[in-house]
Design a protein around this ligand. Sequence first.
Ligand code: GCO
Ligand code: MG
Length: 404
Amino acid sequence: MTDRIIAADVILTSPGRNYVTLKLRTADGLTGYGDATVNGRELAAASYLRDHVAPLLIGLDPARIEDTWQYLYRGAYWRRGPITMAAISAVDLALWDIKGKTAGLPVYQLLGGAVRDRVLSYTHASAWELPELLDAIDARRADGFKAVRAQSGVPGLETVYGVHAGGGYEPAKRGAVPVTESWDTDAYLRHVPDVLNAVREHVGPELALLHDAHHRLTPQQAARLGRSLEPANLFWLEDVTPAENQEALRLVRQHTTTPLAIGEVFNSIYDCKDLITGQLIDYIRVAVAHAGGISHLRNIFALADLYQVKAAPHGPSDVSPVSFGASVHVGLSTINFGIQEYMGYDALAHEVFPHSWSFADGYLHPGDAPGLGVEVDEALAAKFPYEPAYLPVARRLDGSMTDW
Ligand code: GCO
Ligand code: MG
């Protein structure tokens, strides 16, 4: 007899930062977990799941992953968007988790098996001043990382994207309203090429270096930055322009050979297709937690493969260890996978979400536990209730709002 979903519950917990986890249970006694965390909008994703999705799932056959995906996507009528797609992602991940547990196999085996032995990762190094940034990069290399994203401060500004005093970087701050940061693109453009060229000189030719401009430049500024960073031989330059105006990437592309990455805020294949088919990017950054789960990510990555665009999923601390593990299963089994971001987690998050995925010598592996290999210690999770926390916002020096 086919199994049935008998319960769909949302677990909101804040072990270091907020996470939204979907827990599905089946009549056969299996449990599947999914992640629907949308940084700063957690309660909206939780409500969408609890109020609009959970009731639809009860009684469904958990084996029918694709049919359930289509039901939630087509059946919503108001399709796409970050909240809807995060909720669909969570259901998709929980169903893949259950399918793996039913089969007694890790999810990557259900995706065709490993096409590589381990999954390359990159992490963050950030510091306001160059000497401290070089120290931070050396520390990441000592941890084994073969690829590091470097972010520095900008003279004249007090706070910028990607940098915190003290090393670690967690942009969301607890509190009822976002903090305001300042921004001056000219000051950034005057400073950052020297920083990245100095970093390259310090680390030598081999270390893969990445940089995130976090949606802040005009197309022309982005083109100029890409060109001025060519001596630093970046692995990629990320999110140079806001993602809404995709034509911008065409202009950037015409002027620089610096590889381009974009897509962490995308939530469907329709956001990706023009950039991929137009060969305007080199890496597509969609995350399993935000772009429809494993099922939809595989479609996006298959399209990308036709154009030699590589998969490079978003992996900040604001996607939970559940979807992070899922992403590593996809990485291990996807031929055009490029690199997995691994920002790292608070020690408490590792405890609340015990996982089979592991990191060693710069590479990740999903482990061989059945399903996704990530569980939830619910008793511990309950000790860390949700607390409002927001990403900052940014204003230019004249006080006007700009992209954060
Ligand atoms: C990255 C991202 C993050 C985002 C954060 C927003 O490349 O990892 O840009 O740092 O800012 O995930 O929630
Ligand atoms: Mg980014």
